[in-house]
Design a protein around this ligand. Structure first.
Ligand code: PLP
Length: 377
């Protein structure tokens, strides 16, 4: 076709291939771990052994690469497995630069697993370009962005930071889990790699773990990552790939509606006398609203956090009074969740004591607002 397809069309069509054997329009789950070899040494579809590749993973990877406007995609068994694979491409002496408020496990993994293998792990305030400039060194091999960030919803400028990174020959990767490609496509702004925890919005139903790396060019990095994926084997099962692909078909409408709900909830909470601060980049009062407006389209995401007027105990008790927001970690499902983040991350975390993180679901917005209304007392 001449014209590129629109996102929702691509999301549906890229995950459906009619089965040649049966005519089934939803791809079957191919559980076989091994594939028959012909007497001439060849394989029917280039599948050999399912750690290396299998039809469900191939289909998922093709779809994710298209949705993020990339060339190659590698699927992993979790978001953390995907991030780890990318960090494994670093060499001793390389500098890895992370946001000071990066997803907690990303920071912990970088420090405990790579920090003692000769990788220099540093942190900076990514929404402050002057600080980023200072923090980038001649040996900076990878700058990792997470925007909007978890759980404080800070926004960093992908285009400007990618440029600064390329000046020293480094790569810029973006954890795009919270925005999803529905709202933000980092490769358009010069990023080299996009990571997703597909556990969240792609799966969309809190029932499958997964992660991926989408690479802009089919280059040496892509080859290295294919090698790491194949040899270390942190891959998703065919069923997990199938479930994620099923989620992708409704990604567009889910994210847009959840985003709409989140924006309305943020506006309501911002005015409430028991709330000290609402962290949501869609609000004009948000310090990074302008940057968010520049690089996000169609909305500002379905995640927000609030700082309540009160201490950690008050915040925890509040979660107990909410009835339509299940108190649980994670995000991106159709159901609304709330979480006291500091007590999950531990005492070293920079997250304020009075912060509650909210993943807004697909319930009716009036019910969601009414629930906060009764709980905020
Ligand atoms: C959940 C999450 C991760 C980790 O993904 P897993 O699938 O849990 O391994 C990384 N980054 C962000 C922003 C996340 O929300």
């Amino acid at each position: 076709m001449e014209k590129p397809l629109h996102f929702p069309t691509l999301a549906i069509r890229s995950t459906l291939q009619t089965d040649e054997n049966t005519g089934a329009i939803v791809p079957p789950i191919t559980l076989s771990t091994t594939f028959e070899r012909g007497a001439d040494g060849s394989y029917k579809d280039a599948y050999v052994y399912s750690r290396e590749n299998n039809p469900n993973r191939q289909s998922l990877e093709n779809s994710l690469a298209q949705l993020e406007l990339g060339n190659r995609c590698f699927a992993f068994s979790s978001g953390m497995a995907a991030t780890t694979a990318l960090f494994q491409t670093l060499q001793p002496g390389d500098h890895l630069l992370l946001p000071h408020d990066v997803y907690y496990a990303t920071s912990a993994m970088a420090k405990t697993i790579f920090g003692n293998k000769g990788i220099e792990v540093g942190h900076t305030v990514m929404y402050d370009l002057a600080k980023v400039k200072k923090a980038i060194q001649p040996n900076t091999a990878l700058v990792w962005l997470e925007t909007p960030s978890n759980p404080q919803l800070n926004v960093s400028d992908i285009k400007k930071i990618a440029k600064l990174t390329h000046k020293v020959g480094g790569l810029c990767a973006v954890d795009n889990t919270w925005a999803t490609p529905v709202l933000q496509q980092p490769l358009l702004y010069g990023a080299d790699v996009v990571m997703h925890s597909t556990t969240k919005y792609f799966g969309g139903h809190s029932d499958v773990l997964g992660g991926c790396l989408v690479i802009k060019e089919d280059n040496q990095l892509a080859q290295d990552l294919k090698n790491i994926q194949k040899l270390t084997g942190g891959v998703p099962s065919p069923f997990e790939c199938w479930l994620t692909s099923r989620g992708i078909r409704t990604l567009y409408v889910r994210v847009l509606q959840q985003t709409k709900n989140a924006h309305q909830l943020a506006k309501y909470l911002e005015k409430h006398s028991h709330i000290e601060q609402v962290n949501y980049p869609g609000l004009k009062s948000h310090p990074h609203h302008k940057v968010a407006k520049k690089q996000m389209k169609g909305g500002y995401g379905a995640m927000l956090s609030v700082q309540v007027k009160g201490d950690a105990t008050y915040a925890m008790q509040l979660t107990g009074r909410l009835q339509l927001f299940t108190t649980a970690t994670s995000l991106g499902g159709v159901e609304s969740l709330v979480e006291h983040r500091k007590s999950i991350e531990g005492p070293d975390s920079p997250t304020p004591d009075n912060l509650l993180r909210i993943s807004v679901g697909l319930e009716h917005i009036e019910d969601l607002i009414a629930d906060w209304e009764q709980a905020l007392r």
